[in-house]
Design a protein around this ligand. Structure first.
Ligand code: ADP
Length: 474
């Protein structure tokens, strides 16, 4: 089975969110199961050049009526062979996304990637595209299959990591990006504009998303972002496979970034991690007080409107509150003001900190908040559980699939979970968690239940290989 895994970000090359973790860990887990897999992504200016290897391939890419010679570099840094498309005019930018010509940038990425496979004589059985930036490659593959025997047998899988990001652009641009066929053009159209996500959803042979619950949710108007009708129409080709955790990277027993290692058998190192965390954020050395933490993009999706409403109550409870994130100005300013008002209780790191601080927070915190409005899968709740940090989550998407509410009578459950998207519901769960935090035996039970949960990639990768086998038969 030959699989080309296309992604717009992957660790250790470029990361803005969970997709980058998945695009590193899943291909590695698939390779361990015998899949012949190649990763393809753009060579952004931000990527450390020490990670790539030359000499590069020189690929002539047909692009907008001429041939654009393009360098393609190789790397093994993510654990599988990776090809990085080097087009400085498109990828030497200040940020990975958010440029006005994103549609042109990622359409080129798709075109150059397919051309590279042709040049290598490497016919994939499956092209596995992820999120809207890969929608272009998916629909282009379908178009090419009509006339190019090289890709005749190639099938496509398109995975939705977040339906809200739709790659929307001016419909007049579809034609000159190379999609002249009427059916292709129709597949892009969404409310008078073009959408790379919709093109991928229409053109892919099969669809998947990153949790079972999210696969159901996106078929409803509440979570469907205007595309629920299309997902219902394609429901027979849509599956949900919950993401896993790379336990080589997220493992408190071996983690090199944290102050002390700890394990299910011996949790004592966690206190040293907590002390270290408080010190890093300039907070007093009071390890008996609970630390409630958040690491996320500061966007409405992550539940910051609820957090704004409950932050005062968290501070009043006497807990520490530590937030790592960057994003919308409104939430950044709120958190900055909160820290200024309660500097001995609130720690706020504004920005994208990279891996070590994220690990130190997971290791040193007692509770981790994820009150998301929606959450396709979510990774931090699973990282938290491994690090004996108890997640407090809203029952949506992958949070609902992976977190079970603590039941003190049965002794089951690995966190706290509320349902309605309301500040009162969140606050009730925070209070419940604080209550059990004050009962060490119960608290340790919740921690251990979380640490024992197996969210490794191997089970998920097995499901993907089974899916690939079904898709090649289509
Ligand atoms: P999403 O993909 O929606 O951003 P996930 O929970 O799936 O959410 O994944 C987020 C990933 O990004 C996690 O690995 C998290 O630790 C990381 N992350 C988010 N914000 C930051 C930040 N400011 N600094 C460091 N890591 C961050």
């Amino acid at each position: 089975m030959r699989v080309a895994f296309l992604a717009s970000e992957a660790v250790p090359f470029a990361k803005t969110g969970g997709l980058a973790d998945v695009a590193a860990a899943l291909p590695k887990a698939l390779r361990e199961q015998g899949v012949d897999i190649i990763l393809a992504l753009p060579l952004y200016a931000q990527i450390d050049r020490a990670l790539i290897k030359g000499p590069p391939l020189e690929i002539p890419v047909d692009w907008r009526g001429r041939v654009k010679p393009t360098l393609v570099w190789r790397s093994d840094a993510s654990g599988v062979p990776a090809y990085l498309i080097d087009a400085p005019e498109y990828f030497s930018r200040a940020s990975v996304y958010g440029e006005t010509d994103d549609h042109e940038r990622f359409a080129f990425f798709g075109r150059a990637t397919l051309t590279t496979f042709r040049h290598l004589g490497w016919t994939p059985d499956i092209i596995h595209g992820n999120d809207w930036p890969c929608g272009f490659a998916i629909i282009e593959l379908r178009a090419r299959r009509r006339f190019d025997p090289f890709f005749q047998k190639t099938r496509t899988l398109f995975t939705i990591h977040n339906l809200a990001y739709q790659g929307s652009f001016d419909a007049n641009d579809v034609w000159w990006l190379g999609f002249g066929d009427q059916r292709d053009q129709n597949d892009f159209m969404l409310n008078g504009r073009a959408s790379a996500l919709k093109a991928g959803l229409n053109a892919a042979d099969a669809l998947s998303t990153v949790s079972r619950r999210y696969a159901q949710e996106i078929q409803t108007p509440e979570y469907g972002y205007g595309l629920d009708w299309l997902l219902r129409a394609r429901a027979d080709r849509l599956v949900g496979i919950t993401n896993g955790v790379d336990y080589n990277v997220w493992n408190p027993e071996t983690d090199p970034h944290i102050a002390a290692n700890f394990s299910l058998k011996d949790l004592s190192g966690k206190t040293a991690c907590k002390r270290d965390l408080l010190q890093r954020f300039g907070l007093p050395d009071q390890t008996e007080a609970p630390v409630i933490a958040i690491i996320s993009r500061l966007v409405a999706q992550k539940g910051y409107d609820l957090i704004k409403d409950v932050a005062g109550a968290i501070v009043e409870s006497g807990a520490f509150f530590i937030v790592l994130g960057s994003g919308d100005r409104e939430y950044e300013d709120f958190l900055q003001d909160l820290q200024d008002a309660a500097p001995r209780q609130v720690g706020f790191y504004r920005g994208y900190a990279g891996e070590p601080l994220a690990h130190q927070i997971e290791a040193g915190a007692d509770m981790f908040l994820m009150p998301s409005a929606y959450e396709p899968c979510g990774l931090n709740q699973m990282y938290s559980m491994r690090y004996a940090t108890v997640p407090i989550v809203r029952a949506t998407g992958g949070l609902d699939d992976t977190v079970e509410n603590y039941d003190p009578v049965k002794g089951t459950g690995n966190g706290f979970k509320f349902h309605a998207y309301e500040a009162g519901a969140l606050l009730d769960k925070i209070r419940e968690a604080l209550y059990f935090y004050s009962k060490p035996a119960a608290w340790q039970q919740i921690q251990r239940n979380g640490m024992m949960a197996d969210n490794s990639w191997s089970a998920a990768a097995l499901r993907y290989t089974e899916l690939y086998q079904d898709v090649v038969k289509l």
